[in-house]
Design a protein around this ligand. Sequence first.
Ligand code: NDP
Length: 487
Amino acid sequence: MASQLHSTSKPTYTLAEGCPQQDPASSFSINKPGGGGLLLLQDTQLIETLAHFARERIPERVVHAKAAGAFGEFEVTHDITDITSAAFLSEIGKKTPFLVRISTVGPERGSADTVRDVRGWAMKLFTEEGNQDWVFNDIPVFFVRDPIKFPSVNRSHKRHPQTNLTDSTMFWDFHNNNQEGIHALMCLFSDRGTPASLRNIDAFSGHTYKFTKKDGSFHYVKIHFKTDQGIKNFTEAEATKIAGENPDHNVQDLFENIAKGNFPSWTAYVQTMTAEEAEKYRWNIFDMTKVWPHKDHPLRLFGKLTFNRNPQNYFSDIEQAAFSPSTMVPGIEPSADPMLQARMFSYPDAARYRLGVNYQMLPTNCPIGPVYSPMQRDGFANFRGNYGSDPNYVRSSFRSMTYAAGKASHDEWAGKTAAYSSEVVDDDFVQATALWKVLGTQPGQQGNFVSNVAGLLGSAIPEVQEKTIEMFSRVDAELGKLIAEAL
Ligand code: NDP
């Protein structure tokens, strides 16, 4: 392993208050001849060492707990200034440093990382206009489109409240009764659900965003990062074997490749759509269970991402990192996708709980440019100047500020989401069927899909199995039959 174990510098050991201390390998005690002895409460070094250890763990992320992280560089390779005024996208050749964290979703921090799951892809681009977070997944769609179901879908993929075991009956029961997730299930149970490494996955915004210009014009967009290493997957059997042999396989693979200078890269594309097109489009563009087929909206190339540096300290660089879809620079805006709107609240809220209200001050989250946010004051662990004597209320006469230009107003097309409902209709199966057909063009992939589903479904109770077979029969009658036979 290429981590740095030795350093030539020889610092003087102190406690956190900076006072030099004795060798930290022994406690201060009244020794008795022959060993043993009474410890003294005055041994601050011992007390501090034990007390700090008891508090070393911070809350694990409720989802996306197990991860690898890296630093890298984003480069604009093709002009897109006709659709966005974001400064970091303003000219070909412009480079922006970023931090990235790639995770499994359901399992805990110590779990195996080759298991079947979605991979989260969270990145923070440190731009001159502040941070731009892109919090993506390695599949282009999601299991639900109404955010009120977000805790439920995740719980159904985690542990049963009584047995503390992952539970296939619970997993399939959720999806049988919330079938808008069928398209995401098709992605998850293909071999892309068990990637051979984090270098061999794509990443997708999933949500529709807006790229905007200063003149008020905008386009709806979906962003895609395609791996330059090619897609490579494990079969279910390989992923299971490796999970037992090395539960950190994917973390290790990424760290070691970066340490060797074998820097992985991705090509960045955007799909674009005007508001007029969106209104007439075959698909609701605010429904996160749908893609925009490439033939309707081809991929437009705009950049390259390269991972080129490992974290120096996992906790400080990666565990303390906090990402949110609400962190956007001028030139990028949210759409009326209800899942995106809800994530914009819940990601910062999760960070406030996990890291404290001043989590943006942690070095790993800090923007590279100046921050002046005097309406966010005080709070736990406020370790900057807290804006000194500056006014802490708006419209003060005593210190004026300059502001960003107000966002140009533009017509917002809200689609039909005002009357949003989770009702599942036949249309929800059309893109799932398209993916089943795509798998049919790849040797062995339909067969693997069937056995991947049957593998998990086999341990569900019979009533649930029947409903799941019915659900997959709506994708393709033959697929339902094949799963039933495999069971
Ligand atoms: P195309 O028919 O033009 O291309 C097929 C797409 O499917 C490619 O993007 C391919 O990715 C991707 N793909 C291949 N195998 C899998 C898999 N096991 N899991 C997920 N994606 C896979 O695509 P269309 O746009 O016409 O859409 C057809 C279907 O492809 C969709 O219903 C959707 O399920 C899937 N898809 C579409 C995407 C989109 O944004 N339009 C994005 C990803 C998937 P690659 O090029 O890397 O091989």
